[in-house]
Each structure stands twice: as structure tokens, then as C-alpha cells.
Design a protein around this ligand. Sequence first.
Ligand code: ATP
Length: 467
Amino acid sequence: MTDRPSVLVVDDKENMCHLVARILGDAYQVKTVEDGARALALIRTREFDVVVTDIRMPGADGFEVLRAIKQHAPDTEVILMTAYATVPRAVEAIKEGAYDYLSKPFDPDEVSLVVARALERKQLKAQAASLRRELNGVYGFQNLIGKSAPMRALYGLLERAAGLAITVLITGETGTGKELVARAIHHHGPRKNKPFIAVNCGALPSELIESELFGHVRGAFTGAGETKMGLVEAASGGTLFLDEIGELPLAVQVKLNRMLQDKEVRRVGEATARRIDVRVITATHRDLKAEVAAGRFREDLYYRLNVFPVQLPPLRERREDIPLLAMHFVQKAAKTYRLPVDGLEPEALRVLTGYAWPGNVRQLENAIERAVAITSGTRVGTSALPPEVLGESQGAVANDPLVKLPFREAVDLVRDRASRDYLIALLREFGGNVTRAAERAGMERESLHRLLKRFGLRSDDFKEPAA
Ligand SMILES: Nc1ncnc2c1ncn2[C@@H]1O[C@H](COP(=O)(O)OP(=O)(O)OP(=O)(O)O)[C@@H](O)[C@H]1O
């Protein structure tokens, strides 16, 4: 039987090997070797579930066996056998990753029990690892949901960015999750216990931005009552997230650039500067490079911010995530409104997956929240979905005659449409001159004539009227 768990017994005393093999032989597939060096060679070529090894052996001892296993087969559990005198060493071995030890002489039940427990731990560990993999696949990174290829690639990038404390520039259409990503980077990095301060540069009136960001001293300008610390200082030790960075007025861009360069901040109206230590993450839905070209964004600041660019994919480019996101938002809304809604009708899911979502995840979240609020049963159906979502997907699917045809006929139809369009463009280009059109098309004049006839086209219709 090959599906029994495998156990390797290593002891330089033959009778000890036999004894352990006899105890375990009924329940496990047992292999015995009588010296450490052979055990080392064996574990490089074969993986055992559990290894029971003596500590004191000539040549390679139990510690060497343990280390080799942790290196080559870290999932294998190791149990050491030890005489009374070497118990302290066995305890040391546990610190190095062994599961347990048996002190000689032992009784048979003790051996069976320790091996069974070691196996149980191995299985639990494997189960936990697979659950974690699954959860990571589904729930992605921090609070980000999505398991599509673009999202998985994104998680890898975010993991790297989080560990590096590097300046990150997040770009993506509205509602793609830029703020969520910024938070995920912060919470996954070494500054997670420090503040995360988010500032929407587009939402602050331009005359206030400077003092909000950098702070001001009393009386620095009309209306500056008390001295106030800015948001940059509030983020000290943590992360400053500047959303909609493309909206920052040029004058403030200059100050921000200087702050990043000198790692110092100067409150408005104050002569001396203060050292600051903030990690800066910025985001924009604009094409900053184009903004630079148009003179609306400073080039030096652009390069300072764009150290680690992260581009978020629009939802329509990761449609396979829509069911997962939709389900997540259904649960969230059901909890908020204390409603017994717990899923979506398959048809509703089909419609959601077919829609283009110009407002991305935020639009999906709003659509689902509203749908849940008006659902009286336990599942969201199509009738609860917003008209714009229904309209587009129904239009795309139901009005296209192609879907009513068998595959071959549909392909023929598409080919005919494309051929006709091509011929029209060709005749236009050459003003109805069939000889030249045939040359470009790489076919004989006669063949082109036949094709034109088949598609009901007349070359004369494309000739310039005589002046
Ligand atoms: N991958 C995702 N998983 C779960 N929720 C998401 C995801 N992406 C976005 N969301 C949710 O969608 C909403 C919009 O996200 P967020 O505010 O981060 O987008 P944004 O790109 O910053 O938008 P804007 O450009 O309009 O400021 C939030 O409620 C957020 O929780």
C-alpha cells in the first residue's frame, strides 16, 4: 500500500531500528537506515512524512539529519530519540525545528502516539497553508479583492513597494481603488502602526492647500488664528497619501518638491524648517506626463514622485473579478441594511459581467448597494440593477443577430461584413480605378470584379464626377 504515511527511522543500532519499525510497521510505510550519512543521502532524493532519528550517531548525528531535513524537506516532521543524558540536547533540537523527542527506553504506545501527533501537525500545517493560499487568491492583498491575472501581478508589486518604503505613484481611472491600494501599501509595510494621512488635493480650495499641507503660524495670513500643524507633520513617521496630485496648484508643487528634496517642512509664516520623515504615496487619474508636457505639472516633481509607478487596471479589463466583487458588495450591503440578501441570480451576474463599468469598482459597489436595498427576497435579480447597466448589456447581447446564428454562419457573416468594408475602402482610395485597386489587393482584375459583383458594388460609384 503506497498511500500510508512514510516514516524513516535512523539509528546506528540495528535492534533499535527493528524495534521502531515493528511498532510502526502496521500503520506506516517504514524505512530504516543505520547511519546518519546514508540518511542524509536518502532525504535528498525522497520525501518522508516523519523522520525518527537517534541523536548520537557516528558520522552524521541527529542534528545534522534535522538540519538537512529542514533544508530539503521543511514539511517533514522530525522526532529525536535520546538517552537520558542527552535530553538537554533534544530540547535544543526542538528549538531548531524538531517536533518532539522520545527518551530511551520508551514504550511502544509512546512511539505510536508521538508519530501520530507529528503527522497530525504536518497535515494541519498543509491545510492551513492551502487555506491561506486560497484566501490570498480570493481576497488578494489586504482589503483588495480580485484574483485575475492583472490583480495578481499588482499584489506582487504592492508587496515589494510596501517593504521598500519607496515613493509610489498610483495611476488608474476613477474608482479603480487607488486609495485602497495606498492604504494597503501602508498597512503592509513597516510603518503600519504609524499614521496614514490621506489628502485629496482636488477637494481643497487652492488658497488653503498650502497651509493645510504645511501648517501655519499664528497671523501668517488673514484668518490664520492659532498656529497649526500641517498634514505633512501629522503624518510624521507614517504615510502621507496625496490623492488627485494632478490638481495641485503649481506654486504648491514647488513647495512639495522642495519638501521632498530637503526632507524638511516649513510652516507658512515660519522662518525655520522642521525635519520630517514621511513616506509619500500619490495618486492621479490623469496622465501626469501629458500634464508635464502641457506645462501644468512640474517635471522635477513628476520624476520625484514617479519612483515606483503602480498602474491599476480598469474593471472592464478584469471582468473575471466582477462576480467576486459583486458577492463581496452584496454581503457588505446586506450587513449595513440588515437584510437577508445573500447572493445574486445567475442572470444578474451575467448582466453585471457584461457591462463596461466606466466608473469601475466604485460604480459596481454603488449599483450593488442600491440593488440590495430594493431586493425583497434573498437574491439580487436583474430587475434590481440600474437601467444603464441593463441597457448596455441587453443591447450588446440581444440586438446582435450574430448570437442567433450557429458558429459557422456567424463567422461567415462577420467575414462578409469585413470583406465588403475592405472593398469599399479600397475603391474609395483609388477613386474606382479597378486596375490599381487590384494591384493593391494583390489579385487579378477579374477576381476583383467578381468580388465586387458578389457584394453588389460598382466601381463607377467611386469615381470622381467629371468636372
Ligand atoms: N480591488 C478592490 N476590492 C475591493 N474593493 C475595492 C477594490 N477596488 C476598489 N474598491 C472599492 O471601490 C471604491 C472606490 O475605491 P477608491 O476610492 O480607492 O478608488 P479611487 O481610484 O481612489 O477613486 P477616485 O479616483 O475616484 O478617487 C471604494 O469603496 C473601495 O473600497
